[in-house]
Design a protein around this ligand. Structure first.
Ligand SMILES: [Zn+2]
Ligand SMILES: [Zn+2]
Length: 142
């Protein structure tokens, strides 16, 4: 993984799409990675998912989450109202760690990811996406 992200006094806030679940993560994150595994793809409906890892005691959550056993060893928590995926835990392989789905952070500029993981499952066309045409909103709008 990557080196720990500096700024141990950092306070990160985030939450789900509807606002019913909010969280605060304090201190130094262990790492931030973009996961390409097929479980994350299916879970999120997106080609990859960013995960930023903290120790469990660094995270405070308010609001109603639901938990889903996404494999024999792991659970994924999501907002019980809007369904936004929020937290991943695997006590066997990542004891004491909670991974936060980093797209739910309020500040998307502060903690750039440091690695791609599970690239064995990566969608092949991701190699070529930098060459795609770009639009500020949608084609033909601006
Ligand atoms: Zn929600
Ligand atoms: Zn994954």
């Amino acid at each position: 993984m990557t080196d720990p992200i500096p700024d141990p006094a950092a306070i990160r806030t985030g939450g789900c799409h509807c606002g019913a679940v909010r969280y605060v993560a304090t201190g130094q994150a262990a790492h931030h990675a973009l996961c390409h595994c097929s479980d994350c793809r299916r879970w999120s409906g997106a080609p990859m998912v960013g995960w930023i890892a903290f120790r469990e005691e660094q995270l405070t959550v308010t609001g109603d989450t639901r938990s889903y056993a996404s494999s024999a060893l792991a659970t994924r928590d999501f907002c019980g109202r809007c369904g936004t995926g929020l937290f991943y835990r695997n006590p066997t392989y990542l004891p004491g760690i909670v991974d936060i789905q980093s797209g739910t952070l309020d500040d998307q500029a502060g903690d750039p990811p440091g690695a791609h993981i599970m690239v064995k499952d990566r969608v092949g066309w991701l190699d070529d996406i930098d060459a795609l045409p770009r639009f500020a909103t949608y084609p033909g709008v601006d």
